[in-house]
Ligand binder design. Structure first.
Ligand SMILES: C[S@@+](CC[C@H](N)C(=O)[O-])C[C@H]1O[C@@H](n2cnc3c(N)ncnc32)[C@H](O)[C@@H]1O
Length: 204
């Protein structure tokens, strides 16, 4: 059966909060999504670097969720490296999900949904990743609770974002999750040899 976009109109409860970084209007609509897709295509080396980092530590056949997948550039890079992985992208913007679904075809599921209210059952994924989306989430604690809920108990998380992103908020929220008791949340510079400290990675 073809795995195409599930264009679920999900509750966008967290938008329009008044904070610029939470204003996702730049990502809404087909034109905005296509413009952003062109930009991420030009930035393929960065996504390839992140995909290589993820691919290196992910077991065979793992189920991977990319939150705030946008036009799916990270999943495209991951799919090339790891044909064995089962890939899902979720994004609050239906325009982005249309583009991601068109690019990924049968290689991934692409689903509309909010990080703070993920449309997946408990324990659905072995790995949750997200790139350059965290700093747009209006309710980081709600997203942290949702990430832990959809991850299997032995699952892992990889978050890639700007150094100035809300990593401290996410760390606090993850450490407060009973489901992660005894696990270590580690944040550091994104692996690779970028001359400037622009990006960080959080793993758990
Ligand atoms: C800067 S783009 C990053 C897209 C992609 N991850 C990448 O690295 O190119 C941010 C994405 O996060 C999505 N987003 C923002 N808030 C979200 C939320 N609460 N839940 C899910 N996706 C969200 C936006 O719609 C947008 O596609």
């Amino acid at each position: 059966m073809s795995r195409t976009a599930h264009l679920l109109r999900h509750r966008g409860h967290a938008h329009g909060s008044g904070h610029d970084q939470h204003d996702n209007s730049a990502f809404e609509g087909p034109d905005a999504a296509r413009r952003y897709a062109r930009m991420t295509w030009l930035m393929r080396p960065l996504y390839n670097r992140i995909a290589a980092d993820i691919a290196a530590g992910t077991p065979h056949g793992a189920r991977v969720l990319d939150i705030g997948t946008g036009p799916g550039q990270l999943l495209v890079a991951l799919a090339r490296r790891r044909p064995d992985l089962s890939l899902t992208g979720v994004d609050v913007s239906a325009g982005m999900i249309d583009v991601a679904a068109a690019r990924l075809g049968d290689r991934a599921d692409a689903v509309v949904g909010d990080a703070g209210d993920l449309p997946f059952p408990d324990d659905s994924f072995d790995l949750v990743v997200t790139s350059f989306s965290l700093h747009h989430w209006p309710d980081v604690p709600a997203a942290a609770a949702e990430i832990v809920r959809v991850l299997r108990p032995d699952g892992h998380l990889g978050v890639y974002d700007f150094h100035r992103g809300p990593f401290d908020d996410l760390t606090r929220a993850l450490e407060a999750q009973p489901g992660l008791a005894g696990r270590t949340v580690r944040r550091g510079r994104m692996p690779g040899h970028l001359p400037l400290h622009l990006f960080d990675r959080l793993v758990c």
